[in-house]
Design a binder for this molecule. Sequence first.
Ligand SMILES: Cc1cc2nc3c(=O)[nH]c(=O)nc-3n(C[C@H](O)[C@H](O)[C@H](O)COP(=O)(O)OP(=O)(O)OC[C@H]3O[C@@H](n4cnc5c(N)ncnc54)[C@H](O)[C@@H]3O)c2cc1C
Length: 393
Amino acid sequence: MRRDSYDIAIVGGGAIGSSIAYALSVEAGFRGTVLVVERDPSYQRASSALSASGIRQQFSAPINIRISQYGIAFFRRASELLACGDERPPIRVSEAGYLVLAPPQGLDALRSSHALQTSLGARIALLSPQELQSRFPWLAVWDLGGGCLGLEGEGWLDGYLLLQALRNKARAAGVEYLQDEVVGMSSSGDRVRALQLRGGASVSVGTVINAAGPYARAVAAMAGVSLPVEARKRSVFVVSCPESLPGCPLVCDGSGVWFRPEGAQYICGCSPDPASDREDFGLEPDHAFFEQSVWPALAARVPVFAALRVTGAWAGHYEYNTYDQNGIVGFHPQVQNFVLANGFSGHGLQQSPAVGRAVAELIAYGEFRTLDLSELAFERIAAGRPVTESEIY
Ligand SMILES: Cc1cc2nc3c(=O)[nH]c(=O)nc-3n(C[C@H](O)[C@H](O)[C@H](O)COP(=O)(O)OP(=O)(O)OC[C@H]3O[C@@H](n4cnc5c(N)ncnc54)[C@H](O)[C@@H]3O)c2cc1C
């Protein structure tokens, strides 16, 4: 550590913390010192490294659609924006789209999301079962009411590469990364004054940003803040299939199962039943869940998946906002120098560019300028104003 005092200390250097660090480093109105405290620079447990890294415009809350529009514009230029000297990180979005399927009883909700998304400028096609069948002959459509396919601005990227590129660019611009763990905070009045580190040091801080992902609740508690964020385990399975699925997008089946191509193979997963979805910091993939729930649903939707072979699996954590499953972004109303960037509940990787930009502006100017994220403020919880988002996978 080069100093004993920093203007900004970011707890957690995953995609969210590193995006904020990067955005501060390029923000014309900000001139301060920035420290990122990251306990594991190998990111073995970080959500950003274990993510499915999808990006979509198909949300039902306008704020999430706008955040994704900012995100895709950033990702398309990320290789240039995050270049360090002549080295351009090879970040590329595979824009194969999301295909969100709905049973006949879900068609009205799909239509109304589609109307909202297209009114905001997203290019999404609403397709009948017959249109789905002719576009994707490998798909079983007999029980569907329809589906929405993103024609551009949706797909997936390499989340780990993005994280590393944000981190490298921030460091090149003068942000300091420290390998240590924040284990406590000392406060006086309504402000955090210093961070205590596991290594024994104490760092004085002007502003603290909580970007601790699935561990955000514990970090918030150090500042005396109660945050409704839990670690929820999500398993991802890698499968090979005897036949290829031409033009395969990221498919979200109405059953909660999703799958997409990953090189010559496919990755897939499923949202668990809410009744059994509890806090779980484990990293062991749930193979029984694959056998019982995921595989049957995959084979029902894509008959050739009946012959699939599992070739790998991993698990990571959603930083799950139990209040309304959307991000919590901005200064805490009581602890005045404590900023939250938490609770993205399965869509934080794609939201990292917009959140980084927004938090940097909030710090530099005391207001959002590019994208108004005030709807995501912590205050909504006490005020009973949830952000309603029906498209959480
Ligand atoms: C299986 C899976 C699939 C997903 N799919 C998608 C998807 O398709 N699209 C999408 O947009 N999002 C997806 N997500 C969600 C997305 O990955 C996360 O929302 C995002 O990565 C969160 O980033 P983060 O920086 O907040 O958290 P993390 O990447 O977890 O980073 C937090 C960091 O904080 C550090 N830390 C924690 N506590 C401390 C402390 N006290 N001191 C120091 N360091 C600390 C940790 O070591 C960690 O590196 C998925 C997640 C999972 C697990």
